[in-house]
Design a protein around this ligand. Structure first.
Ligand code: PRX
Length: 656
């Protein structure tokens, strides 16, 4: 069927007035240039970012580049600027790069054909799906939750939301119905976009079934659009459920009018765990996020036209948002999306994909590297990997052994590794070397990117200027993609990030800086675990464990884990009045799987008679962490404990 299009000419005329001809921001190519740009960005940040922003298409230029107040946690970039991010991701490339590939999709199954979606095709598919959204009553400002496997339709759904100004909240496919319901409730989502089932290696995740269960908990969702991927049988509720393909088949006229959005309108909400309570919805807004993800994509990975970029993250996490969808598309790059897992059907799967598509930039997580290392060298038997130019890591500290393995076996000793440090809240990479331009040494993330002003503070908030001395990592000036708020609870945003240290953004990470100014990130200093690169709050886990009828109290800590980076160790006190149950361990694991998702299940559970507490009732997690790590002899000072004998009892149980 030929679709009629009614493209709004006015939009395109006004776009051309502002956009510069160069398609992406200035690229730093030498160490000296990095130094110069960094200095410029610190001395005159507004001038610096205004120049970067001038490479994008705006419908109206901003009145003011930056307006902020860290005390109240308010940051506004490109004030009163008007734009639509998808015009920058797609339309801007149509004239000169319309036939270039925007997305390569590689199936879970080696024998299923890859898909190659050009910018023109992506445009067609996104504007068609925006009609589906509009037909189903979606308007600017509505929240849509998206829960799908890694298929192109996930990126299309995200972009279609952004095109009409709906706020997307993508939920990682590993979350349980209960976690999804929390997100539906918090966003008050009107619609869910999902698939029947998602392939992950030899498993099918029954996504629609999980969605149905989540709607039993939160029943205000009006429409569920289902993309048929796995042909898994589903329960179809005709009052609410609609097939993606049937909805698209109803479209006869495309009236493409990208919504003209304010620079500070929300683009998406992404939930992330903190040290207290339930996960919070980090809100990112359009203008600043766009500028920053494009700028960092081009500069950190040293992208140049024609390169193929393969980021192995899931779009359900921030890495997928920023460096599979938005950053690469804004730069007009080819972004490779992979549906499956690294180790199925065998550990050579990534390497085959890299050779098949001649991937130039490969960006993955240390946990994936460590897991692949354990499969031995035969995974490289047929691998050439000569197309690779840059390797990247993200999500957790990378240990030296994994760094070297990655450098030698994947990069064949010739590809720089960028160890990129950032967070859901930062929207894009803040500290990293620039591939092949600035120094990269194992276990160091490197130097701050232009515009980023990190400081290391001691507990009193005094800046640590001594080299190699660890403190809390903070950032003292806003960058364009800084978190704007936590959805529906601005005070949580202010108190978590902007009130611990006056006038600084507090990252929650510990770090130090060496003599050359390179930063080494040590890990979280708050009660947040990083398990296989997934952020999990200990309080969140404890709440779930405590909801079991036999549990009185629990304390969860992390401990070093060879593959996951950090493992989950749960100390649990049970009700002595009640009869103990042999299957308690399994029940506790199930309850976590059910309430959060399998990725959060504890690796070790120890039933204990008590917990080490101070006289004021505070659990001394430091001691529990030491016991979990097997460092039973180095527990330090126990004098502040209310009852130190409990420590010996726990050690005895841990040893047995
Ligand atoms: O502790 C840091 C760790 O991951 C946390 C952020 O997690 P999340 O919001 O899920 O985002 C992950 C992807 C950006 C940080 O507070 N982290 C992230 N990257 C690194 C890292 N730790 C060390 N080195 C990194 N390169």
């Amino acid at each position: 069927m030929i679709l009629k299009k009614n493209i709004n000419q006015r939009n395109y005329v006004s776009l051309l007035l502002i956009a510069k001809t160069m398609s992406y921001p200035y690229q730093i190519l030498t160490e000296q240039e990095y130094q110069d740009k960094y200095q410029q960005s610190i001395l005159a940040p507004e001038k610096f970012w205004a120049e970067v922003a001038s490479h994008f298409s705006w419908h109206r230029k901003w009145d003011e580049v930056l307006n902020y107040n860290f005390e109240t946690a308010h940051t506004h970039w490109f004030v009163n600027g008007k734009l639509n991010i998808t015009e920058n991701c797609i339309d801007k490339h149509l004239k000169n790069k319309g036939d270039n590939i925007a997305i390569i999709w590689e199936s879970n199954f080696e024998n299923e054909e890859s898909q190659f979606i050009t910018y023109k095709q992506l445009h067609e598919r996104v504007i068609k799906f925006t009609e589906v959204l509009k037909n189903n009553g979606i308007k600017k400002g509505d929240r849509i939750c998206i829960n799908m496997g890694m298929i192109p339709e996930l990126a299309i759904a995200v972009l279609a939301c952004a095109r009409i100004g709906a706020i997307h909240s993508v939920i990682f496919g590993g979350f349980s119905a209960s976690s999804i319901a929390d997100r539906l409730e918090d966003t008050e989502a009107k619609m869910i976009i999902c698939c029947d089932g998602a392939y992950r290696g030899d498993k099918i995740i029954p996504i629609k079934k999980i969605i149905d269960d989540s709607i039993l908990i939160y029943n205000k969702v009006e429409t569920v659009i289902i993309y048929k991927r796995s042909k898994t049988e589903i329960d179809f509720n005709p009052d609410r459920d609609k097939w993606w393909h049937e909805e698209e088949a109803k479209i006869t006229l495309i009236n493409d009018q990208p919504e003209i959005m304010d620079s500070e309108d929300p683009l998406f909400i992404l939930y992330t765990s903190g040290s207290t309570g339930k996960p919070k919805g980090a809100v990112h807004t359009i203008g600043g996020y766009m500028i920053y993800t494009a700028y960092t994509f081009v500069n950190v990975f040293q992208y140049s036209p024609g390169m193929i970029h393969f980021c192995t993250a899931d779009i359900g996490w921030i890495t997928g948002h920023s460096y599979i969808v938005y950053g690469p598309l804004l730069a007009g790059a080819t972004s490779l999306m992979y549906e499956g897992i690294p180790t199925w059907p065998d550990a050579g799967r990534f390497w085959k994909i890299i050779d098949k598509h001649k991937v130039n930039i490969f960006y993955t997580a240390p946990t994936a590297i460590r897991s692949l290392m354990s499969f031995g060298h035969s995974q490289f038997d047929n691998a050439i990997l000569s197309s690779l130019k840059t390797l990247g890591t993200v999500g957790e500290p990378i240990n030296e052994e994994a760094w070297k393995w990655y450098f030698d076996h994947v990069g064949k000793g010739k590809c720089p590794i960028v160890d990129t440090w950032w967070q859901t809240e930062t929207g894009g990479i803040l500290i990293s070397s620039l591939s092949g331009v600035t120094d990269a040494s194992p276990t160091f993330a490197g130097k701050p990117l232009p515009g980023i002003q990190p400081v290391i503070l001691d507990e009193q908030g005094k800046e640590i200027l001594t080299f190699n001395k660890q403190g809390n990592l903070c950032i003292k000036f806003p960058w364009p993609s800084i978190i704007r708020t936590t959805y529906k609870n601005h005070d949580r945003c202010r108190s978590t990030y902007f009130s611990i240290y006056s006038n600084k953004y507090f990252t929650g990470d510990g770090a130090y800086r060496d003599e050359s100014g390179n930063f080494r990130i040590i890990g979280r200093v708050d009660d947040v675990l990083n398990v296989s690169g997934h952020r999990i709050g200990t309080a969140e886990l404890e709440n779930v464990l405590n909801s079991h009828s036999l549990v009185i109290e629990s304390a969860v800590v992390g401990y070093p884990h060879e593959i996951k980076g950090e493992g989950i160790y749960a100390y649990v006190i049970c009700d002595p009045e009640q009869e103990m149950n042999n299957s308690l361990h399994q029940e506790l694991i199930e309850i976590v799987k059910h309430q959060i998702g399998s990725f959060a299940r504890p690796d070790k559970i120890l039933i204990v008679p008590g917990l080490p507490k101070t006289r004021s009732g505070k659990i001394m997690r430091r001691i529990l962490r030491k016991i979990a790590s097997g460092e039973h002899e180095q527990l330090g000072d126990l004098t502040s404990l209310l009852d130190s004998s409990v420590v010996e009892k726990i050690i005895l149980l841990a040893r047995s």
